[in-house]
Structure formats: structure tokens, C-alpha cells
Ligand binder design. Structure first.
Ligand code: SF4
Length: 326
């Protein structure tokens, strides 16, 4: 019977190469893709067919807890990379026993990321996740003592690599050698490395509004702080308008311009007083195509009500609300 291993699949080239190298040595590799609320990747679309099964595991709730106070701090933005890896690797450790796997494969490369892939961090992650020598990093294996898979002869150490540093030339050459011509490059796919997103996230945290629904909202539209406990999100294009309609939960308010006028959908969430519905209507009207119109009707309703209410709004410029933008 074949030895089984779990390969952590991020969607990028390094994890693909690592899984393929071990798979090609005759090990049954099962790919595990962990879903967190900050990556939009559709793994089934981007991961090429190399003959391994991929399972997806949702870590959203666990991730929410660590983003508030990561033990090992943040990287350049709000990316708690060390804690994130410890969480994922610990989950892989749990999955191993359930799936009958003997070891875990990752695509980490020594020195590739300053925070989480320096020698010390790699050691720490291996220990804190409980994986220890059950962890195999095929692309940089030769920098580390042999793992269990190598010691047991399940994987030939001489066919593993000593890649290090930030340059990807060696990985790209290896991909060519392995016949992998199509692969994704999702560098920067994690929103926690995006300063703009992190500013919004920080603001959300400071108002103690962190939950999965609010996070989903954070990825859409322009955000306005309209009250201490209230925000307004204004769609920037049709897709965002549609998405806001879908993200609305009971109690939220939806706003839109009168039927014959092009303009955004806006969603207000929180403690929305009648005064705030008026302010939200004013902001919505400022983003309509109201050329030559002095007065605009903004329709609004509280979800799930079907019936619209209406405010007549004197059209004003967007700049009037710039101070409320997050
Ligand atoms: S960049 Fe994001 S997904 Fe990647 S390790 Fe860091 S926190 Fe986790």
C-alpha cells in the first residue's frame, strides 16, 4: 500500500512543485487548501490537474480570533504570517491522523519571506504546530536535518532541493523540467498585505465590529463611517451593487437612486437612526449620474422589507462627504 501524505496547497507555484515532487516519488499525495476570509482564491480553478485530490478546509472562524491579537505579531501590514502558518500546520497535524497520512508537505522556501520563512521562524512554526519531523519542505529540504519521510526512505532526499531566497528563477526552471507549463502566481493574494484593506480592517477592529459578515463587506465598495456604530458602503460598479444586495442581512438598509437615474446601491449597517438614513441618502445621491438635476429621489428600505421609502435630496458634491471616507 502506498504511503499517504498531505500537501498544503496555497495555489502558488511553490506548493504545486512540492506536492508534485513527492507525488512523482510514488507517495499518495492529498492536497489541502485552507480557506481564510482574506484570500479570494478559487483553488479548483487555479490548481492544475497533476493527479492529486484537493480538499478544502474552512479556517475562517479560527482566523478571526488570531487577527485580533496574534502571538507573534504582524508583518509589514496586518499579516500575522507566523500565527497563520502555525494555525494551518496544526490543523494539518489534526487532519493527518484522520486521513491516515504519515507526513505533511509544504512549499516553503528558506529566506523567501522575511517574516515567516527565515530559519528561526521556520523552526518555530515546525515546533509550535506539533509537526516537528513530520514536516517536509521539499524545495529547501537540504538546509534542514532529514525529516521522518526522508529517514524512513518514503522520499529520496537526493531528489529534493536547496532553494533559498526571494528569486523564483530556480522554481520556474523546475516547473519547466517537470512539465508544468500552466500555474498561477497569486503573489499578494492575501488582503492582509494590502495597506488599503488593512486601513479598513484596523478601523473595523477599533469599532469592535469584527465578524465574518462585516469582513465580507470590507472587500466591497467605498466605506463611510456615518456614526460611531454605523457604516455605509457604496458600490463602485454594477457587480459591487449586486454583491451589496446579496450581502445585506436583516436590519441593514439598502439605498439606491430613483428608477430613471443611474447610480450606486449603498448598504448601511449598524445603529441606523432616521437622521443617518438621510445622511446615507445624501451620500448615495452624490454618487449618482445626476447631471443637471437639482433634486434627486433616493429610495431606501430596511431588509427584509420589500416596500421602499423615499428621501428627496438636493444634489451635492461627493467632496462634502470626503471626511467620512474610511
Ligand atoms: S500572507 Fe496571509 S495567508 Fe499568507 S501566511 Fe501571511 S497571513 Fe497567512
Amino acid at each position: 500500500m502506498k504511503i499517504k501524505a498531505l500537501a498544503l496547497i496555497s495555489g502558488g507555484l511553490d506548493s504545486l512543485l512540492s506536492a508534485k515532487l513527492v507525488h512523482d516519488q510514488g507517495v499518495e499525495v492529498i492536497g489541502v487548501h485552507f480557506k481564510i476570509p482574506f484570500c479570494k482564491l478559487n483553488i479548483r480553478k487555479v490548481f492544475p490537474d497533476i493527479g492529486i485530490e484537493i480538499i478544502e478546509v474552512d479556517l475562517s472562524q479560527e482566523f478571526l480570533k488570531l487577527i485580533e491579537e496574534p502571538c507573534y505579531g504582524f508583518g509589514a501590514n496586518m499579516n500575522p504570517c507566523i500565527d497563520c502558518k502555525i494555525l494551518m500546520f496544526s490543523k494539518a497535524r489534526e487532519l493527518m491522523s484522520r486521513m491516515g497520512a504519515k507526513f505533511v508537505i509544504t512549499g516553503e522556501v528558506l529566506g523567501q519571506r522575511p517574516m515567516s520563512q527565515n530559519k528561526q521562524a521556520l523552526k518555530l512554526i515546525k515546533r509550535q504546530s506539533g509537526l516537528d519531523d513530520l514536516l517536509l519542505r521539499p524545495l529547501s529540504a537540504k538546509f534542514f536535518p532529514p525529516s521522518l519521510a526522508e529517514k524512513e526512505g518514503w522520499v529520496k532526499r537526493e531528489e529534493l532541493f536547496n532553494f533559498n531566497g526571494r528569486r523564483r528563477t530556480a522554481q520556474m526552471q523546475l516547473a519547466k523540467d517537470l512539465g508544468l507549463l500552466k500555474y498561477s502566481t497569486p503573489a499578494g493574494g492575501c488582503l492582509l498585505t494590502d495597506p488599503c484593506f488593512c486601513r479598513r480592517l484596523q478601523e473595523l477592529l477599533s469599532h469592535k465590529e469584527l465578524d465574518l459578515d462585516n469582513l465580507a463587506l470590507l472587500k466591497v465598495g467605498r466605506h463611510f463611517r456615518i456614526g460611531n456604530n454605523a457604516r455605509l458602503v457604496v458600490g463602485r460598479e454594477k457587480d459591487e451593487n449586486d454583491l451589496l444586495m446579496r450581502l445585506a442581512r436583516p436590519g441593514d438598509y439598502l439605498f439606491g437612486p430613483q428608477k430613471d437615474l443611474a447610480g450606486p446601491t449603498a448598504l448601511a449597517r449598524g445603529l441606523i437612526t432616521p437622521e443617518l438614513t438621510f445622511l446615507a441618502s445624501e451620500i448615495t445621491s452624490a454618487y449618482t449620474d445626476a447631471v443637471g438635476l437639482k433634486e434627486i429621489e433616493v429610495l431606501y428600505r430596511q431588509v427584509p422589507a420589500a416596500k421602499d421609502n423615499m428621501h428627496k435630496i438636493l444634489h451635492v458634491s461627493k467632496s462634502r462627504f470626503a471626511h467620512l471616507l474610511i
